[in-house]
Design a binder for this molecule. Sequence first.
Ligand SMILES: [Zn+2]
Length: 1055
Amino acid sequence: MATPVLKHWRTTLERVEKFISPLYFTDCNLRGRLFGDSCPVDALSSFITPERLPYQQAIQQNFRPAQVGDCFGPTWWTCWFRVELTIPEAWVGQEVHLRWESNGEGLVWRDGEPVQGLTKEGEKTSYVLNDRLGEGDPRSLTLYVEVACNGLLGAGKGSMIAAPDPEKMFQVSRAELAVFHRDVHKLLVDLELLLGMAKGLGEDNQRSFQALYTANQMVNICDPAQPKTFPIAQALACQFFDQRGGESQHTLHAMGHCHIDTAWLWPFKETVRKCARSWVTAVQLMERNPEFIFVCSQAQQLLWVKTHYPGLYTRLQEFACHGQFVPVGGTWVEMDGNLPSGEAMVRQFLQGQNFFLQEFGKMCSEFWLPDTFGYSAQLPQIMLGCGIGRFLTQKLSWNLVNSFPHHTFFWEGLDGSRVLTHFPPGDSYGMQGSVEEVLKTVTNNRDKGRTNHSAFLFGFGDGGGGPTQVMLDRLKRLCNTDGLPRVQLSSPGRLFSALENTSGQLCTWVGELFLELHNGTYTSQAQIKKENRECERILHDVELLSSLALARSAQFLYPASQLQCLWRLLLLNQFHDVVPGSCIQLVVEEAMCHYKDIRSHGNKLLSTAAAALCAGEPGPEGLLIVNTLPWKRTEVLALPRPGGAHSLGLILSPGDSAQHGLCSCPSPHVTATPAAPACVRGTRAPADSVSRPPPTKPDGSVTLDNGIIRVSLDPTGRLSSLVLVASGREVIAEGAMGNQFVLFDDVPLYWDAWDVMDYHLETRKPVLGQVGTLAVGSEGGLRGSAWFLLQLSPNSRLSQEVVLDIGCPYVRFHTEVHWHEAHKFLKVEFPARVRSPQATYEIQFGHLQRPTHYNTSWDWARFEVWAHRWMDLSEHSFGLALLNDCKYGASVHGSVLSLSLLRAPKAPDASADMGRHEFTYALMPHKGSFQDAGVIRAAYNLNFPLLALPAPGPAPTTAWSAFSLSTPAVVLETVKQAESSPESRTLVLRLYEAHGSHVDCWLQTSLLVKEAVLCNLLEQRDPTGQLPLHDDRLKLTFSPFQVRSLLLVLQPPSG
Ligand SMILES: [Zn+2]
């Protein structure tokens, strides 16, 4: 055997590279021999359609002759190909492939079933017709290939994330039969890996040279034209790879994976087909490789496949029984980790886990969210409550500023719940099985010496695709070879068990996993965010009212299945490219339809429940006033009057105890004489009654005063003063103006809809209004208001109604914007006379603090953060809270509270956020802490207005309250029927501690309760959780931010 005579690293290396190159010397190198004889298919015909047809329907259509190279399209259409083929007899004994190359995503159908995806971008260009063609095997057959007119990652015009090109055309560039040389393929894989080791381990590593010289010798031996030389070369490779590593080797748990974004650069409907294309390919790989394990998340996608591809679904269930197909994650979809409400997050797991249990016989043990833009500090508690103590993601590797210090660690949430968390150290969920990735996984690992196991997720992802046979061949070859980590084809269960067994030295990270990137997703696509908030409210209200109707009426049927559908739609839209606003316009349109469905069906269900609540009670027909929040409220409400008009009414939610429950109020037009009317004050008229003429001061400013707060607006609508009347304390910083709109240039580095960069702060431009637009709306009695118009730019304008109601501790800013901008960011600022190094932001089931300064890189990387319904800046015994009804982006820097209102990104939706917007925010100064001042309740009140529902029958004459709590620290968040027993009269109550305190709480109910027992978030009884009833009360204890659920078994109602 020839030995390398010269010690020349580079020429040896490149020689081997050329031997396997798909570009160079393919006339004589090994790669050129991968395929042998070839022949065209007998006949190709096609049929093009704008629809996504089922197979049976598609093949009935009129197919016309087609040729390789024909163009078809445009984007989002589908071209079906009928492929008639005959394998030459001479190929008996050989492996025969259909070679198919197209820039569209293909799915092969054989005998009416999908059998494999064909996607050039996903390196799937070959469909194996026969492993080894037998004498008697049929040689003629007809296949169909369904080609979607989009690529793996959609059809962006010019760049991946650009808006889709609607005119894009597609092509099939190859469709032929060919003999495949499996022995050549094996040698190519070996040589590739040897090269990878030579390069990856580098010139100061002896194993690297062993790999290089082995490869070089293989090239010496191997004559591409003489297959009989192949086994000798193969033997050399075996000898090398069989040299084992030591016992201390790191172990990679390689799992096949295929991240499919449920909607992103393509519509939801295309995802249904992406699932089929990707998973049928995975099934084929599972058949061929019994040790291969494929990990799959997102119940919704599985349900789609069950509905549209029942044959494939049955196969998936079979492989799940063998443990090769592993459902993972436990959620309905891989949702956004920041924006959904706490209850919505619970429902992700509730819908997901129940689906996995029902369809696959068990729930998931791992939460799987590799690609989401940050992770709420409440997730650990929610996970544990849903039976999951393990979490996998990798997204924090995208941090722009700080490198996250761990890959394997305990994550401790807001309430102290701890879950074992793993980030695959290779920082990817789309590995290909290369030596480079394997080495990176080891070297990059930030927990060396603490744990010796890592995940290695391989397979094309994002747009689907998944693993290929080549990836598997590589990983199998690397199972245990000296110089590299051990590679096991493994499962999440095995990985996490290994990590758990050696978790003694792991570090703990406390609080949120904040992603230092994609901070624009708190604001982009404002309409989606508004609908999300609104639909979360509707479902809350429907469940509550339906539960009360169930408790009060023997005839009422709880709309369990309708609610499940509506929840699933909402959860679907909380996917991590939909609610964050990082999707294309088509997806936005689909999402808006989903929201419309939720609203219209939800409102019908509200009416039905209201009707049931009214039935059988004597009283006048009219309106049923419902307070869906568990405390007493007194609010000004616009009540419908005959003829379409509205009148204001002061609604007192009645009851007999200090903390009030849910109540209905029979009287549609409650009138009351307020002790101190809200008034608008100016110079000409110190208006304290309804009848005075519009009172603006000579300088054009207006003051609103309701005895609790006094609001002064300058002639352009800015807030010159906000005073907490009782203390006389001014809230607005000296010399500054509140309600100051500001525009920023908003040009990120790449991810347009996703990112707002730190440097946008350097482009701050306050919007200065025109004097004289401020006018008084209503000026006394129950409500005072002022109105103004503001030209934001030549193209965009804003109008605002500033409203102060009697008895209300906050002033509201009803805002309408006509927004026509490009790469601008609109915010509103409130410089406060409050000083604190930390601000507080509401999150799911609680709140957390973030710094108001830019001391360290970890602090300034949070220049734009997210919050739910409120944020607060407080010093000792005084503070200012900023509430909102549909916004999520926020920041507090120094003493300036800033709410992010609108962005104008152009990719991937060129029309994102253009047009009309409506939103409300509110300002609530307070004394004491925000907890004691009732900021949390105020934010709920703003988001859950009292309902005035038309009562078809006589409304109940007596108001009643269903639940009340003994402490304001605890919020009764959810009342619903238990999932497991749709026919039974069991309610689930979910409560959480909202102040951040240990507290005992008495829950009082007027419902007739047979039994009360604690349960987890999946509504499974806690065997030791019986709660004794003391008359109509039961006692619950809470630790800070603890979420507790309980089952209330009701007695049948008398009526
Ligand atoms: Zn994703």
